[in-house]
Design a protein around this ligand. Structure first.
Ligand code: ADP
Ligand code: MG
Length: 690
């Protein structure tokens, strides 16, 4: 039985407008083992077309193409892949080595596609390369080799699976005459080893050394002659491998591990491009993680702050509407009495027997207390001033300058404040003749060590529309308070009754009326009921702090939404970017894909190589993103801590996990189309690709 038989082979190329071009016409020929066949003919006569048919790269023909008796037309896809992988070895004019793989890896690629063990692969390839005189070139990259060396590597690659047929399309076309002779020598040895070698050539000289010359013209065989002078060299097998034992391993396919290795090699070959892409993708990941961290940090900061000044057993009431923070509305005595009555009726209806008692009703056992809170400085920086005169150190020539600072916020000490809210070891909550300051206000008076100012005297001068002191008043600082969300603002705390007392001395100013009412309940249920009552009354509202919290929450929502939109858009941009880069990578590597297919790579293998690459791009981008986020987050934390005294950035470990996941998901999604495209590429066209 002949190794290869072609009967009535016709091949048409479909052109545009449904026209056809007949490239092969009625080809009838057969070949035997051990033949070294030269196919000659003018350019365009159909030689490569014939080689592609024999090589199983092109199945679009009519006629019979029999390999050891079985018709290629009856082969299933898997059998066809196996045929290319094990029965055929391709050698090309332009070598078609894979540039990013070493000589060794180029040779073993055919075995890698069969999942042969690493040690066996290396052993076989090294043996072959040694026989081909490439012992010292094993670790080099193809670009570091001469033409003849490259072609010998390509021959080693073709031989690695011990195929029956070697197809060489103008193998010496790109080589000089000395190298040509070496390559021909090798091909002759291969044939003499008992394989069928079919090579396409233009050269008379090349044709002369072969055992048989077939001439093609316009797709037809016009002559077929044996060379009577051809002599086989009957040596023991030269190039055939001795250790062809592991037939079992040959049944395997490209493993995930090998796909990873191939992808890594390729990514490393274009590392700058890949790094830049990862950097681009990581920007969206950075913005995503920072957005989440800010959201979490600010939310927890605000709720911490809210918790520090609220007491679940105190209900706080202010006037709604115009009762803004800058100009709060005050309550009259009548209004307060009415509200107390209304609450009592409300509670009674709800079956709660708590009673709101005003000071007017019971001077000793009242539970409704007054407060006055306003943003003092807004619109008039001189509204509330504190002046501190440092003590003399006794040094000669010392100039003592009083330090004056405006205050932002005047705050009567709410009943929820206790000694716990004081941050200095010495001191107490302020009473008559005393005030307390926030730490920021103390610092504004040039006091670095907060303990130092406790017990010191300062002058306060208030010229506010609701509070108006006739003259600056000397008071003592009783302590430093740092428990409210205003701790970073300039705040002066004062006792309500004392504030009322000092403003009463001024005949021109209105008598102080409360802006805030505190009801001290005996349980949280009652507080909640009173809060329900406040919510049901359009003219009333809860505390200024709650208003501030709500305002911050709204700002935070807007801020988070804006950041989420930005992060979302940048993720889409990242996805498109990966898609473009991978798509371009497929175009760049078209030839490589053709080579892999000619070696026997299945569609699935090609797809796997490319999707593994997109997966790795995702992991790489994720890691880059995390590294940069940690750096940027670290810097931001330091900056925030030094400016605000706290950092609103709260990074959770699972944000990083989410970022890696998202990065991998978008990369894999982006890789779907390019890898499908790579898998679908036609091997013949890919190999013709320039
Ligand atoms: P050779 O290798 O002998 O130079 P080919 O086998 O490459 O010739 O091509 C044979 C003929 O088929 C040429 O005329 C070429 O233009 C034509 N041909 C090759 N590939 C295609 C194709 N994909 N579509 C149309 N015509 C093609
Ligand atoms: Mg050709």
């Amino acid at each position: 039985m002949k190794v290869l038989e072609l009967k009535n082979i016709y091949k048409d190329y479909k052109l545009e407008n449904k026209e056809k071009f007949t490239a092969l016409e009625d080809i009838n020929i057969s070949f035997d083992k051990g033949e070294l066949v030269s196919i000659v003919g003018e350019s365009g006569s159909g030689k490569s077309t014939l080689m592609n048919l024999i090589g199983g790269l092109d199945s679009d023909y009519t006629g019979e193409l029999k390999i050891s008796g079985s018709d290629l037309k009856n082969f299933k896809q898997k059998e066809l892949d196996d045929y290319r992988k094990k029965k055929i070895g391709f050698v090309f004019q332009s070598f078609n080595l894979i540039p990013h793989l070493s000589v060794l890896d180029n040779v073993t690629i055919g075995l890698t596609l069969s999942n042969v063990k690493e040690s066996i692969k290396t052993k076989k390839a090294t043996e072959l390369l040694e026989k081909l005189g490439l012992k010292d070139q094993i670790k080099k990259k193809p670009t570091q080799l001469s033409g003849g060396q490259k072609q010998r590597v390509a021959i080693a690659r073709a031989l690695i699976n011990d195929p029956d047929i070697i197809l060489a399309d103008e193998p010496t076309g790109a080589l000089d005459s000395t190298t040509t002779e070496q390559i021909l020598e090798i091909l002759k040895e291969i044939a003499d080893d008992g394989k069928l070698v079919i090579m396409v050539t233009h050269s008379e000289k090349v044709a002369k050394i072969s055992s048989r010359v077939v001439e093609i013209s316009d797709g037809k065989i016009i002559s077929d002659s044996l060379n009577p002078d051809y002599k086989k060299i009957e040596k023991e097998k030269h190039l055939a491998l001795d250790n062809v034992e592991d037939k079992k391993a040959k049944e395997g396919h490209l493993s995930l591990f090998s796909a990873f290795k191939l992808s890594l090699h390729n990514m490393w070959a274009s590392k700058i491009k890949n790094f830049l892409m990862a950097l681009g993708v990581s920007i969206s990941l950075i913005s995503m993680i920072l957005m989440l961290s800010f959201g979490a940090g600010l939310t927890s900061y605000i709720s911490d702050q809210a918790a520090s000044f609220s007491d679940p057993k105190i209900a706080t009431i202010t006037k709604a509407g115009g009762g803004s923070i800058t100009n709060p509305k005050t309550f009259t005595e009548e209004e307060i009495d009415k509200i107390a009555d209304d609450i009592n009726i409300y509670l009674d209806n709800k079956g709660n027997d708590f009673k709101v008692v005003t000071k007017a009703e019971d001077e000793y056992d009242y539970n409704l207390k007054y407060g006055f809170n306003t943003l003092a400085g807004i619109g008039d920086a001189s509204a509330v001033k504190i002046t501190y005169t440092p003590e003399s150190t006794g040094e000669e020539g010392e100039e003592i300058k009083p330090i004056t600072s405006g205050v932002f916020y005047v705050y009567t000490t709410p009943p929820s404040y206790t000694e716990k809210n004081l941050i200095t070891k010495n001191g107490h909550l302020c009473g008559r003749g005393e005030i307390m300051l926030s730490s920021a206000a103390s610092k504004a008076l040039n006091i670095d060590n907060l303990e130092d100012i406790v017990g010191k005297q300062v002058e306060i001068d208030i010229k506010h529309q609701n509070i108006n002191l006739p003259a600056p008043l000397t008071v003592t600082i009783s302590s430093i308070v740092d428990a409210s969300m205003f701790s970073n603002m300039l705040v002066m705390y004062i006792d309500y009754d004392y504030l009322k007392e000092i403003t009463a001395n001024n005949a021109d100013a209105p008598t102080l009326a409360p802006t805030t009412l505190y009801i001290l309940t005996d349980d949280i249920k009652t507080t909640n009921l009173i809060n329900d009552f406040i919510a049901s009354r359009p003219d009333l509202s809860d505390s200024l702090e709650d208003k501030l919290v709500r305002m911050f929450d709204e700002m935070l929502d807007t801020f988070s939404t804006a950041l989420a939109v930005i992060a979302g858009i940048s993720l889409v941009v990242a996805l498109i970017m990966i898609l473009v880069v991978l798509y371009m990578s497929v175009s760049e590597r078209t030839r490589e894909i053709g080579v892999l297919k000619s070696i026997g790579a299945r569609k699935r293998d090609i797809k796997q190589i490319f999707s593994t690459e997109s997966f790795l791009v995702g992991v790489l981008s994720g890691i880059t993103g995390i590294i940069f986020t940690l750096i940027i987050g670290g810097i931001l934390t330091i900056v925030f801590n030094s400016i605000l005294g706290f950092s609103p950035l709260c990074m959770k470990w699972y944000y990083f996990l989410e970022a890696i996941l998202i990065s991998v998901i978008i990369s894999v999604l982006a890789g779907l189309y390019p890898s499908a495209k790579a898998a679908r590429l036609d091997p013949v066209e890919s190999l013709r690709h320039e």
